[in-house]
Design a protein around this ligand. Structure first.
Ligand code: NAP
Ligand code: ZN
Ligand code: ZN
Length: 347
């Protein structure tokens, strides 16, 4: 065991504070990573504030981890000391159930071990990337290709894969019209990735404040959802709507924007239930679906795609002491477009 510096939450309603967490000894199949950068995902905020359910405190969140391999166990074959690597939302799974066998470890039937807020195989609580080091089974560590800067790559480990996976599954590409709802951390990656896949992309944001950015990131159109005229104008338009919003939305209003056979894929995870009218999906044979992150192999594929297309996250680097301030800005939809903690400031 070793003790490493961290920023952690100690209760649902207190700010995060400097703390330490324990890391296990490097086992035969483990990789010790010196973390360089960690993105701040809205999920970190939902989790530490107890919005999704009971939480074991203290917890160091963070699942957009980019760093360098510092040590490997004797049986490790996929990574070597000095490699640039990433860890996303998962650090283990059973490896045996059908989803695990088909590379969809995020849907493990026996319980995915998440990067923080889970119980690890050894019975300890997992802690995430707001820390200087992490020890992870090599199978849950991905390589960050040359050409991607580590700070701009960190958010790809959650925001990138969470948008890449459904866009690919629902066929975003040439000739497809994709709307991305919410231009935050996930949303801005959704725009960049759908554009890189060749789709025609529209941003549906609360206001036009970020319109110039949206168009620069690759959107073809940009509309304010606060304007009721938007829903009339765009009725029946989209093949895919990717909802990245962290709060409850009027789902029926968005479903009305889908074309025949169109799908609205929900990746936003508000604590409140969402509801919809059956007729909103029955008419025009629309679907309402959901998607959670992506498997490890697909995460590597996404990183390679990003390197090949020059796609990184648009980031605002911050020192660790600004984490609580950054949380407030995320909650106020004032993020352009991902805060990334410079872990060297944790000492
Ligand atoms: P974020 O950076 O805060 O972005 C969310 C965006 O949603 C905001 O920037 C804002 O965009 C819009 N929004 C916020 N409140 C709204 C409201 N009341 N009404 C309408 N729009 C609103 O958050 P994120 O990190 O991208 O995460 C988004 C959600 O996805 C969170 O719930 C998170 O937990 C979830 N998530 C899910 C997965 C998964 O695997 N499915 C993975 C990661 C995150 P505009 O200002 O443009 O309107
Ligand atoms: Zn996340
Ligand atoms: Zn499994």
């Amino acid at each position: 065991m070793s003790t490493v510096n961290a920023y952690a939450a100690t209760s649902a309603d207190a700010p995060l504070v400097p703390a330490t967490v324990e890391r296990r000894e490097v086992g035969p199949r483990d990789v010790l990573i010196e973390i360089k950068f960690c993105g701040i995902c809205h999920s970190d905020i939902h989790h530490v504030r107890g919005e999704w359910g009971p939480v074991t405190y203290p917890v160091a969140p963070g699942h957009e981890i980019a760093g360098v391999v510092a040590e490997v166990g004797p049986q490790v074959t996929r990574h070597a000391v000095g490699d640039r690597v990433g860890v996303g939302c998962m650090v283990n799974s059973c490896r045996e159930c059908p989803p695990c066998r088909s590379g969809e470890e995020q849907y493990c039937l026996n319980g995915t071990v998440f990067t923080y807020g889970s119980i690890d195989r050894d019975g300890t609580d997992t802690n995430g990337g707001y820390t200087t080091h992490i020890v992870v089974d090599e199978d849950f560590v991905v390589g960050i290709p040359e050409g991607l800067a580590l700070d701009e790559a960190a958010p790809l480990l959650c925001a990138g894969i969470t948008t890449y996976s459904p866009l690919k599954r629902w066929g975003a590409g040439h000739g497809k019209k994709v709307a991305v709802v919410g231009l935050g951390g996930l949303g801005h990656m959704g725009v960049k990735l759908a554009h890189a896949m060749g789709a025609e992309v529209t941003v549906l944001s609360q206001s036009l404040k970020k319109q110039a950015d949206g168009l620069r990131l690759g959107a073809d159109d940009y509309y304010a959802t606060s304007d009721p005229g938007t829903f009339e104008r765009l009725a029946g338009t989209y093949d895919i709507i990717l909802n990245t919003v962290s709060a409850k939305l009027d789902i029926d209003a968005y479903l009305s924007l889908l074309a025949l056979d169109g799908a609205m894929v929900n990746v936003g995870a508000p604590p409140e239930p969402l509801s919809l009218n059956a007729f909103s999906v029955m008419s025009r044979r629309r679907s309402f679906a959901g998607s959670m992150i992506g498997g490890i192999a697909e995460t590597q594929e996404m990183l390679n795609f990003c390197a090949g297309h020059g796609v990184g996250a648009e980031i605002e680097p911050i020192p660790a002491e600004k984490i609580n301030e950054a949380y407030e800005r995320v909650l106020g939809s004032d993020v352009r477009y991902r805060f990334v903690i410079d872990i060297s400031t944790l000492g």
